[in-house]
Design a protein around this ligand. Structure first.
Ligand code: AMP
Ligand code: MG
Length: 427
């Protein structure tokens, strides 16, 4: 019998040091999609939402064999290697106005891109390659086309009965266009995950109010709310919690009644005050982690009990504005997408050369703010900001990308490839 006790789970209450990868893996292992009800909405309201069920194609796309070019449609069986072919033009096929008849031997139809291929034709001679004569004939020069060329086959894009989009897909503009191309006007969508969001700290002041000595305007709620909205999540703004147990308890209780998950920033993540830990312990089993990352580090995660007997999840971020957003992107983005039922793929990392040397010590993941630039060869490179302090939100606003320096990595020489997360996506 093996009596070596298993190591403590990262989720056990108490404080642990974890790498970014360990923290992500522990959360991934703990989380399942929540059973969020489906609702059917018009395509115009579906961008960024999570598809609730597979979308199966009710039709073949394209619905008919059609021409990929403007030109002449004919039967390619008549082509002979090294010989030209003379055809009699017997009609035309336009997009939306098919040629009704069937082609006989030696016949062709003038055809436009997208028009249905006439019966008896399987090949299109592009307009610029054919020589049309005065007597209604066209000559196919030797070697101009191969049999079957310039024809799109019925169902070649998508066959009837095939899944066009999978459940869990976070819908992008082209997905909505695809649904429209199948004749759909609505889609079944999962209800948005509702995330309760609040900030903590006695010094934190609501923007719009006068700023007292020692006060700091709350920027985290604004940054995090917008980030979550972009992820297709619904944000329940719970305001500010003073650093006192009753205030925190009241906000948590409301979050548990009204939201599916809770995101906080400030002191709570450290559990620095005992009262914070006591309040959290009353509502669930929260683990306090020191994550080996910069900026970041203090982070808390764990299940909370809802009054209806269900379960919610707490993600407590550090208070420093840059650390709050970086920690959200590195640790919380994917877990929230998992809870939302979205196919949560990790953010793609692109590799570009560093424009200058970067100091880094192994043993933690660093996320540095950077600007993309053109290098001498006309490619892209990334230059880290001189100031990387966790409180310097302006550099976060100016940055194009986060440079992700992996856990084991040491200092980077100028020109060495580094991984980046781009702030802007294409669509
Ligand atoms: P904490 O994690 O509570 O120790 O906060 C770390 C630093 O971040 C302190 O300087 C706080 O004033 C600042 N901070 C905390 N919460 C916010 C917030 N919501 N908006 C802006 N700054 C904050
Ligand atoms: Mg604080």
């Amino acid at each position: 019998m093996n009596d070596t006790p298993p190591g403590p789970s990262p989720l056990a209450a108490g404080e642990r040091s974890l790498s970014v990868a360990q923290a992500r893996a522990a959360m991934r292992a703990a989380l399942q999609p929540l059973p969020l009800a489906a609702e059917t909405l018009p395509l115009a309201q579906a961008a960024g939402r999570v598809l609730a069920a597979d979308l199966v194609s009710p039709i073949d796309v394209p619905a008919h064999d059609n021409s990929a070019m403007d030109g002449w449609a004919f039967d390619g069986a008549a082509l002979r290697a090294g010989e030209s072919l003379m055809l009699r033009v017997v009609g035309q096929a336009l997009a939306g106005a098919a040629f009704g008849g069937r082609l006989g031997a030696g016949e062709a139809v003038r055809i436009m891109t997208g028009a249905v291929m006439p019966a008896g034709a399987d090949t299109v001679l592009p307009l610029e390659l054919g020589a049309a004569g005065d007597a209604g004939e066209v000559v196919v020069p030797p070697g101009a086309v191969r049999r079957g060329e310039h024809r799109r086959r019925r169902g070649e894009d998508l066959a009837q009965g095939q899944p066009a989009l999978g459940a869990g897909r976070v819908l992008r503009p082209a997905d909505l266009g695809l649904a429209a191309s199948l004749g759909r006007t609505t889609l079944p969508l999962r209800r948005r995950l509702r995330v309760g969001l609040f900030s903590t700290g006695d010094e934190i002041v609501e923007p719009g109010q006068p700023l007292p000595a020692g006060g700091v305007y709350d920027s985290n709620r604004t940054t995090l709310a917008a980030t979550m909205q972009r992820l297709g999540l619904e944000v329940l703004d719970l305001g500010l919690a003073r650093d006192d147990p009753q205030a925190l308890d009241a906000l948590l209780a409301r979050a548990l009644r009204e939201a599916d998950a809770v995101v906080t920033s400030g002191g709570v993540s450290m559990g620095d005050a005992d009262h914070t830990r006591d309040v959290l312990a009353r509502h669930g089993e929260i683990a306090f982690w020191k994550v080996a990352m910069r900026p970041g580090r203090p982070f808390a995660f764990g299940p909370l009990r809802r009054p209806d007997g269900g379960r919610s999840w707490l993600f407590a971020l550090p208070g420093n504005p840059v650390a709050a957003l970086v920690t959200f992107l590195a640790l919380v983005r994917e877990p929230l997408l998992v809870l939302a039922g979205a196919q949560a793929s990790p953010l793609p990392l692109l590799t570009v050369p560093a424009a200058e040397a970067i100091r880094k010590r192994p043993g933690r993941t660093e996320f540095q703010r950077g600007l993309l630039e053109r290098d001498a060869a006309g490619g892209w490179c990334v230059r880290p900001f001189a100031q990387q302090g966790a409180g310097i939100l302006r550099s976060m606003s100016q940055a194009d990308a986060l440079i992700v320096l992996e856990h084991e990595r040491g200092s980077v020489a100028a020109g060495e490839p580094v991984a980046v997360w781009l702030f802007d996506g294409l669509v």
